[in-house]
Design a protein around this ligand. Structure first.
Ligand SMILES: Nc1ncnc2c1ncn2[C@@H]1O[C@H](COP(=O)(O)OP(=O)(O)OP(=O)(O)O)[C@@H](O)[C@H]1O
Length: 274
């Protein structure tokens, strides 16, 4: 479905979303009147200082946190609960320690859809174990995997379900540089094939530019939209896009914005301690 302007339809809409969390000193505002849209097939990264409210934004889309004011709409309907249409990958490894690698992926599929039969589940599981380099560890339990492998298992489980939306909170943060780069390329391949709508939280400006179609820079807490940047590179994304002079310019620009927000956060902390 394409609207009259020829643009893809809006899938995720933040509409004046504010969140206050209770603290011992009264409510703490974490998000303040955040509004932006994510359209079908877009890859939107959120970048901003640590602790500013990015995970909270993702938790609202995931259905884990309710806004204090405003709403998040998924295909025009307010989000009220988690659902299998959204594949969520958390910072912490979201794997079940009492299940093997194979069982973890199969269980994710079982939860998401009762329509996938046992045979198909086994095939999908085999495929994603292969993609993530986990085939040799199919019968291992997570405690016998390295941190990076556990994270790859969490990613395999989310991808295997083929959700319409991928919500990723620093999914590659715990990986070494080489694995991280391989996982970024694999994500681009999966998206090329399956055409998902993605929201990614990352601290890496390079990762945001390499993967995204747009980057939302948010302010120090409470998170507000500082600016939204269109990434000038199309898909399939060239692996050597890092060498494009526009990449370096964009990186410098976004780093500057994020540094300014860290400085604002530091000034806030000084004021609070006065
Ligand atoms: N359920 C909650 N109850 C109370 N406070 C919370 C809750 N969830 C988050 N917070 C607080 O809200 C603020 C924003 O947290 P959030 O995790 O959204 O930030 P973030 O930008 O994702 O941080 P980071 O980049 O370090 O992961 C933090 O001060 C956090 O302690």
């Amino acid at each position: 479905m394409i609207d009259s302007t020829g643009a893809q339809p809006v899938r995720i809409r933040f509409d004046q979303v504010s969140v206050d969390f209770p603290t011992d000193h009264g409510p703490m505002r974490v998000l303040d009147k955040v509004s932006f849209d994510i359209r079908q097939g877009e890859f939107v990264s959120i970048i901003g200082p640590s602790g500013c409210g990015k995970t909270t934004m993702m938790n609202i889309v995931g259905g884990f946190v309710q806004p204090t004011q405003g709403q998040v709409l998924l295909d025009g309907k307010p989000v009220s609960a988690p659902g299998p249409d959204r594949g969520v990958i958390f910072q912490e490894y979201g794997v079940f320690p009492w299940l093997t690698v194979r069982q973890n992926i199969e269980f994710g599929l079982k939860l998401a859809s009762s329509r996938v039969g046992a045979q198909e589940r086994a095939e999908i599981t085999q495929r994603y174990m292969g993609l993530m380099g986990l085939t040799d560890f199919a019968n291992h339990f997570p405690k016998h995997l390295s941190g990076g492998m556990r994270q790859r298992l969490a990613i395999a489980r989310a991808y295997a379900v083929r959700p319409q939306f991928l919500l990723m909170d620093e999914p590659f943060g715990a990986l070494d540089a080489q694995t991280r780069s391989a996982m970024q390329d694999l994500l681009l391949q999966v998206l090329e094939r399956e055409g998902k709508t993605v929201m990614l939280i990352t601290h890496s400006v390079e990762e945001a530019i390499y993967l995204s179609s747009r980057i939302v820079v948010v302010t120090a807490r409470p998170a507000r939209i500082r600016t939204i940047i269109d990434v000038p590179f199309g898909y399939p994304r060239a692996e050597n896009v890092h060498e494009d002079p526009r990449f370096a310019e964009l990186r410098a620009h976004i780093r500057e914005l994020v540094m300014q927000e860290y400085e604002a956060q530091a000034r806030q902390a000084v004021r609070m301690s006065d």
